[in-house]
Write a protein that binds this ligand. Structure first.
Ligand SMILES: Cc1cc2nc3c(=O)[nH]c(=O)nc-3n(C[C@H](O)[C@H](O)[C@H](O)COP(=O)(O)O)c2cc1C
Length: 201
């Protein structure tokens, strides 16, 4: 068996160290990519990739159209899950928690840092709604490009960030004979102390 190291106490610090390693691993093309799962009113789950744009003791932040499927679902039913799979590190991280909107100032600052084309795209796309044709989208983009010409593009009111405040974080590490290492951190509410448990693989 491979030697077991003692598990760090703080899962956020542990995540940050691993995330840093993922960012320094050239084979990981998109270390910020994570799968977000939400649940609809009918109980049906859905998953998609989003990009992690910030992480600290408060939680994991991504940005999106709040009127998209994920946006509507996460605001109506804030219990969501995030999943990272960093294949070259043989690591999986599972996060579960409650999503809440980031403050408008944070969203404005992040929106302002995006390339102008992405800013215009955020206005042009009714994300997740049916689109008649590609031409319709391109026409809308042309119209918005003209409308905002010569001025900074403001953040659309329906476009913002969601912060997932974690209630559990599980670190999975590949081990021989499929006897993988699973370290589960859990807490009753944000700010409460973390408990730690080893899980069977
Ligand atoms: C690598 C990658 C990164 C993505 N990042 C984001 C993101 O940060 N925000 C976002 O809204 N959609 C992102 N998407 C698109 C989503 O996966 C999804 O198609 C879109 O947001 C609509 O999802 P929904 O209809 O479930 O709301 C990304 C897709 C990929 C493949």
């Amino acid at each position: 068996m491979e030697p077991q190291r003692p598990a760090p106490d703080d899962p956020i610090a542990r995540f940050l160290a691993l995330f840093d390693l993922a960012k320094r691993t050239p084979q990981i093309m998109e270390p910020t990519g994570m799968v977000l799962s939400t649940v609809g009113d009918d109980g049906r789950p859905s998953s998609r990739v989003v990009l992690l744009k910030g992480v600290d003791e408060e939680g994991f932040v991504f940005y999106t159209n709040l009127e998209s499927r994920k946006g509507r679902e996460a605001l109506a039913r804030p219990s969501v899950a995030l999943l990272f799979w960093w294949h070259p590190l043989e690591v999986q991280v599972r996060v579960e928690g409650a999503a809440q909107r980031v403050g408008d100032e944070d969203a404005d600052a992040y929106f302002a840092s995006r390339p102008r084309g992405s800013q215009l795209g955020a206005w042009a796309s009714d994300q997740s709604r049916p689109l008649k044709s590609r031409e319709e989208l391109e026409a809308r983009l042309a119209e918005l490009t003209e409308r905002f010409e010569g001025m900074p593009v403001p953040r659309p009111p329906h476009w913002s960030g969601l912060r997932v405040r974690p209630l559990s974080i599980e670190f999975w590490k590949n081990r021989t004979n499929r006897l993988h290492e699973r370290h589960l951190y859990a807490r009753e509410k944000p700010g409460a102390p973390w408990s730690f448990a080893l899980l069977n693989p």
